[in-house]
Design a protein around this ligand. Structure first.
Ligand code: SF4
Length: 446
């Protein structure tokens, strides 16, 4: 075995793929398949496979690799140390975990997704781009985020520029991404970074967690991807992969702790940012919710749950969403202006613009037109109910909005906390999707 390995052995620095800067914290912007002279050598791959075959099934999980390695012939131990040198992988990792980390990094080098916010060749990831993309990607798909990320980066190329922007402009640019609290937090966070951190994102976990809109996942992603720290990044994709890899059949959210522990065990000390993105990519492209592509998975040999993959992670049945109902007052002047107001800063759709309405409540639809009109901010000459209702679904409830259209005189002043907007001007307002649906209904259906 020793001679066979020695015959194959290339210089040690060819075993592990480094970024072309020699910097472990980042990687090139394109998969290794697209690059010349950066591929891991074929014989290194063969050697790695040989070692994996020999050692992989025999390695036991333990707190430190030493006792495991001593169970093997010294020549094999020497080769393993050349493949997984201390300092590159966490000394708390088992050999099996180190193997898995290495396998998925190899896979990532070939198959990773090319995305706008990933650092190009030889460039350290920009914490601003990492933070911005991670906030945008919360509850939103990569395909949706792309154009928004491009617009934000071109309009506000630095965190200082974003901090200096008007909140209304940020909310307006955010339209369509949903969950507008994220946009308000984005703006607040940019201001705090500019004013309290000298325009630089902090690297410390506690400091990151103190920022608005930055929770444990985002803080870990920023630490790993932007700063190359060993941080455990767990999103929905990672949870799915861990549940399947370790065949965890308890339902979410009860099993979250176990899944995080598994993710922690597997996270290497080297290229932690690439590793985090590799597992996310695996979950997004191979270990997908339905019909996972196990044949293409770098972890297929170790996966304990692939025969029941589609049922994992298990989830407790979701309770039915309640329905809230309300009535919108679409109040027009003869020149076509319509009355709008800003929602309170805190709470659902905080700071966004809307058309005046009754409170949105669960239960039966509120009374008849004359009873409803008493809640309107202005008295119309006549109220016209528009046929049908506007439906919208939020995270925790469904919304049904009835629309009442009323006309007032041209010289009618807007009550306090409201103002007039032209129909064309509506497109410049930070109107949430539910209100856009209302506008379409009122303009097209009345
Ligand atoms: S083998 Fe299949 S189920 Fe297991 S991690 Fe890979 S893609 Fe997911």
């Amino acid at each position: 075995m020793q001679n066979a390995l020695a015959a194959f052995a290339p210089p040690k620095d060819q075993f592990l793929r480094l970024a072309d800067t020699g910097d472990f914290s980042t990687d090139n912007g394109r998969p290794i398949d697209d690059q010349v002279g950066m591929c891991e050598t074929a014989f290194a791959k063969r050697l790695r496979r040989q070692l994996r075959d020999e050692l992989g099934h025999r390695a036991r999980r333990t707190a430190a690799p030493g006792p495991v390695l001593l169970a093997f012939h010294p020549s094999v131990v020497a080769q393993v140390f050349s493949l997984y040198p201390f300092g590159l992988y966490s000394t708390a990792m088992t050999l099996g975990d180190a193997t898995r980390a290495s396998e998925i990094l190899d896979w990532y080098d070939r198959h990773r997704r090319t995305m706008l916010w990933r650092a190009p060749s030889g460039v350290r990831p920009d914490p601003y781009a990492v933070w911005l993309s991670e906030i945008m990607l919360q509850q939103t798909t990569v395909a949706t985020v792309g154009p928004y990320f491009t617009e934000f980066i071109s309009r506000w190329p630095t965190v200082a520029a974003l901090a200096a922007a008007e909140l209304d402009d940020v909310l307006h640019a955010w339209q369509g991404l949903g969950y507008y609290a994220r946009a308000r937090n984005l703006h607040r966070c940019a201001n705090i970074i500019s004013e309290s951190f000298g325009g630089h994102f902090p690297e410390d976990e506690d400091a990151l967690l103190s920022l608005p809109g930055v929770g444990p996942y985002t803080a870990a992603a920023i630490r790993a991807i932007a700063f190359g720290q060993r941080a455990v990044v767990v999103d929905g994709n990672v949870e799915r992969v861990m549940a399947r890899l370790y065949r965890e059949t308890d339902p979410l959210p009860d099993v979250k702790g176990k899944l995080r522990d598994h993710a922690d065990e597997l996270t290497p000390g080297t290229r932690p940012g690439d590793y985090a993105q590799a597992v996310m990519d695996l979950g997004a492209t191979v270990c997908i919710p339905q019909r996972p592509k196990c044949m293409l998975c770098p972890w297929t040999a170790h996966c304990h749950g692939k025969d029941i993959a589609e049922s994992l992670p298990a989830r407790r049945p979701k309770p039915e969403k309640p329905t809230r109902r309300g009535t919108i007052f679409w109040i027009e002047r003869p020149d076509g202006s319509v009355l709008v107001r800003r929602r309170p800063e805190k709470g659902l759709l905080g700071g966004m613009m809307e058309f005046p309405s009754t409170e949105w409540r669960e239960g039966a639809r509120e009374g008849d037109v004359s009873a409803l009109s008493r809640h309107a901010p202005l008295t119309a000459m006549k109220w016209y109910p528009i046929a049908g209702v506007v439906h919208h679904v939020f995270t925790h409830f469904r919304l049904e909005l009835k629309v009442l259209k009323g006309h007032v005189a041209q010289n009618t002043e807007a009550p306090s906390d409201t103002r007039w907007s032209t129909i064309d001007g509506l497109s410049d307002l930070a109107l949430p999707t539910a209100m856009k649906k209302v506008a379409e209904k009122a303009i097209g259906g009345g």
